[in-house]
Ligand binder design. Structure first.
Ligand code: PGA
Length: 266
């Protein structure tokens, strides 16, 4: 099955409004070089919360083809949750996607599988498409636990989701395999490592979901993806795009990665 590629820029805690607008202008300029080609890839930008609205205004004024996502969200829908931002608020300022379970949220902010599940449910409740991150630590890989860890992380999400949603409502879920040891380190996983994990993720989807849904869910790879390593990783059969951190802060690099994700014309 031909899935539409998706490249997501995770800006993390980078970008005051002025530089964020400059970056997005640069990205737009790079995309304009071959708009027809780049429109064969979904592009999502996830700036910090404080820049989302400005980017949304820019996108509307410039008829931009990229979409906006947030880097995390609250579990609760509203109420006494000081400092939190709900999915409805994110929709209100133009977000369509939300990253959930990024390893930095898991390790720095204690988000366990149970919180990740609640956030995925909250995202779907608020009509945001969740991009669910999973991946093993270096120790887990060295101990040969990679496949067990990502299976646990994925099944922790799938089982409760299927209690609430019909399986055919889940085809817009996106998974991002991000080995923790590859994030921000400059050491991306090898093509063989990525192929092995993505193959297993797809198998698990087939075990739990109807074939059409399992085949439709997009699997992204993230972790030190750069223009010079993107092509072989993104060309893998079960890799449908990338979740890009550092390289998404440089317009030319980010668009070069989008370029690598665009499938050859059939
Ligand atoms: P990186 O980050 O591309 O800088 O490794 C990826 C991520 O954290 O999503």
């Amino acid at each position: 099955m031909q899935r539409r590629p998706l490249v997501v820029g995770n800006w993390k805690m980078n970008g005051l409004i002025e530089p964020a607008l400059r970056l997005v202008m640069d990205i737009q300029r790079c995309l304009a070089v071959d708009l027809q080609r780049y429109q064969r890839c979904d592009v999502v930008l996830c700036p910090p919360f404080t820049a989302i609205y400005a980017l949304q205004q820019f996108a509307v004024a410039n008829h931009s083809s990229w979409q906006l996502g947030a880097q995390t969200m609250a579990v609760a829908a509203h109420g006494a949750h000081t400092g939190e931002i709900s999915g409805a608020m994110l929709r209100d300022i133009g977000c369509r996607y939300v990253i959930v379970g990024h390893s930095e949220r898991r390790t720095l902010y204690g988000e366990q599988d149970t919180v990740v599940v609640q956030k995925v449910l909250s995202a779907l409740r608020d009509q945001l498409w969740p991009i669910v991150c999973l991946g093993e630590s270096l120790i887990e890989r060295q101990q040969g636990q990679t496949l067990a860890v990502v299976r646990r992380q994925l099944e922790a999400v799938l089982a409760p989701l299927l209690e609430v949603y019909a399986a055919d409502q889940l085809e817009h879920l996106t998974l991002a395999y991000e080995p923790v040891w590859a994030i921000g380190t400059g050491h991306h996983a090898t093509v063989e490592q990525v192929a092995e994990v993505h193959h297993q993720l797809r198998e698990i989807l087939y075990q739990h979901l109807p074939p059409a849904v399992a085949a439709a869910i997009r699997l992204l790879y993230g972790g030190s993806v750069k223009p010079d390593n993107a092509a072989p990783l993104l060309a893998l059969a079960d890799v449908d795009g990338g979740l890009i951190g550092g390289a998404s802060l440089h317009a030319a690099d980010f668009v070069a990665i989008i370029d690598a994700a665009v499938p050859a014309e059939s």
